[in-house]
Design a protein around this ligand. Structure first.
Ligand code: NAP
Length: 493
């Protein structure tokens, strides 16, 4: 394919980096350099934040009627729908994620904008109950101001939409930093904002590394709210930045999600759910169900099916419709997985299938679907988020042990429960500490339902109705209605 060149979107204009700096994007399926992306300077990031600040303080966006903002969001959704194939292709070439999935996600981006379009004029405060002698009291919700959004390399379009759409619906302006490993689909997507005639500076997209781009953005004094999605180690670098700008922060971090399978499970259904949870997207999902916890009675039969299924997965070009698993996104990602797997095997984990680069490919960051049996949870492959197609397996005897194993993790982003006994599944769901749980399914999602984690998986929620309030400030107003003048404060009554 022809080499492509992308530009940043700042203040309604397309721009290269101020110093002309660029980085290249490698296609993970063939390691070819296919695109160039600007590497933002500190000044470029400052320009983007200042543009967003001007759009918020001087521009029409926060002053517009909320229903009018909703119409803009609807227009964005309409502009995206004809582009889903093209955006999906770009994201696939950028990240190695299957086209089948990136195309679907690009379509879902339109759904997210539609969803928040409908909410733009449904944000409200409240009037608390009071006595007729009390002052009249009410609360109102106002936009926060300038939002900084940081997205990781997986699912760049969709994750950015879950930040941009509610922020805009609530009347804010926003600067998004894409990952240096995957920026192209998001930069292409920015054309939609121009096409929808969004006022300049309301949305700005900058590209560049964590330092200086992400660091400058999250520590900027004009930023009022930060929504970060990425790994916990990076989050630990972002948190201190808010000590200076006191920006409100939400963190969508990683996971090490348990999938608990009881003896009475429909095996075919559980096998499909587990495979969807760990091998779809090559395991590069915050919600990946990477810790399988199986009851003794069904253990051997389930493992046999899983191995058979894993070994039949068609690995290949992520653009091809028949491919079931593509490559990992970066060389570094594959190296890290190999190291952690090797350490785990040295410490006693038993490799049941996979564990190496598939022989059929001498290019591309491919890695086989991998299953490892573990006797305990204190192994790197069980404790650490690998972000790859590696499933650890542990067994349990009873419900109490399953819950204890499921909760024995620093992370708590998602999880799955498979059982025909719905009362038991619900009982267990109430005891597993996690931001999202699936019962007898996995990986199903909707713009209507929030996601986010407990523990080291972060704080705050994205998607759903509640997320919009996270992009507002709550203001309280007291109004004296007695008709009496304010009494002299120095005269005691
Ligand atoms: P990452 O390395 O933490 O990077 C996330 C973002 O932070 C990237 O844009 C990165 O830029 C940027 N960044 C790096 N250093 C920074 C700094 N000092 N200040 C500000 N920003 C900085 O994560 P990743 O490897 O891209 O993504 C994988 C992680 O994201 C996994 O842990 C996954 O579970 C998590 N994730 C969570 C969710 C969720 O909803 N909870 C969704 C998807 C992914 P560069 O890439 O340019 O370095």
């Amino acid at each position: 394919m022809t080499h492509q060149k992308f530009q940043m979107f700042i203040d309604g204009n397309w721009r290269d980096a101020g110093d002309g700096g660029r980085f290249t994007s490698l296609n993970p399926a063939n390691e070819e350099d296919w695109a160039e992306v600007p590497e933002a300077t500190v000044q470029d990031v400052n320009d983007a934040v200042e543009a967003a600040h001007r759009a918020f303080t001087e521009g029409p966006w926060p002053r517009m009627k909320p229903a009018e903002r909703g119409r803009y969001l609807r227009r964005i959704a309409e502009c995206v729908r004809p582009l889903t194939e093209e955006l999906g292709r770009l994201e696939t070439i950028d990240t190695g994620k299957l086209l089948r999935e990136t195309r679907w996600q690009a379509g879902n981006v339109a759904n997210v904008y539609d969803f928040y379009s409908g909410l733009a004029d449904k944000i409200h405060g409240y009037v608390p109950v009071s006595s007729p002698d009390d002052p009249f009291m009410f609360t109102m919700r106002e936009p926060v101001g300038v939002v900084a959004g940081i997205v990781p390399w997986n699912s760049q379009l969709q994750l950015a939409a879950y930040k941009i759409a509610p922020a805009l619906a609530a009347g804010n302006s926003i600067v998004i930093k894409a990952s240096e490993h995957a920026s192209c689909a998001l930069l292409e997507f920015a054309k939609v904002f121009a096409e929808a005639d969004l006022p300049p500076g309301v949305v700005n997209i900058v590209t560049g590394g964590g330092v200086p781009c992400g660091q400058t953005l999250t520590s900027h004094p004009l930023v009022n709210r930060i929504t970060f999605t990425g790994g916990v180690d990076t989050a630990r670098k972002v948190i201190p930045n808010t000590a200076s700008n006191i920006a409100r922060l939400s963190l969508e971090l990683g996971g090490k999600s348990p999938v608990v399978v009881f003896d009475d499970t429909d095996l075919e259904s559980a096998t499909n759910g587990i495979v969807a949870g760990i091998f779809a997207a090559s395991g590069q999902s915050c919600a990946a169900g990477s810790r399988l916890i199986v009851q003794d009675g069904v253990h051997d039969a389930l493992i046999e099916r899983l191995i058979e299924k894993a070994e039949s997965i068609k690995i290949g070009d992520p653009l091809a419709e028949e491919t079931q698993m593509g490559p990992l996104a970066t060389q570094g990602q594959r190296d890290r997985i190999e190291t952690l797997l090797e350490q785990s095997i040295a410490q006693g984990a038993e490799l049941l299938t996979g564990g190496k680069r598939p022989a059929a490919f001498n290019k591309g960051y491919y890695f086989e679907p991998t299953i490892v049996r573990c006797e305990h949870q204190k192994l790197p492959v069980v404790e650490t988020e690998l972000f790859g197609p590696v499933l650890s397996v542990l067994r349990f005897k009873d419900e109490a042990e399953a819950i204890a194993l499921a909760n024995d993790s620093d992370f708590a982003f998602a999880g799955g429960i498979f059982s025909r006994d719905i009362a038991r599944a619900l009982r267990v769901a109430r005891r597993i500490r996690s931001g999202r749980l699936w019962i007898n399914t996995y990986r199903v999602t909707s713009a209507q339902v929030p996601f986010g984690g407990f523990k080291r998986s972060g704080y705050g929620r994205e998607a759903g109705i509640d997320s919009i309030n996270d992009y507002t400030e709550l203001k309280s107003v007291f109004v004296e209605t007695s008709g009496e003048p304010v009494a002299d404060p120095f005269v005691m009554r």
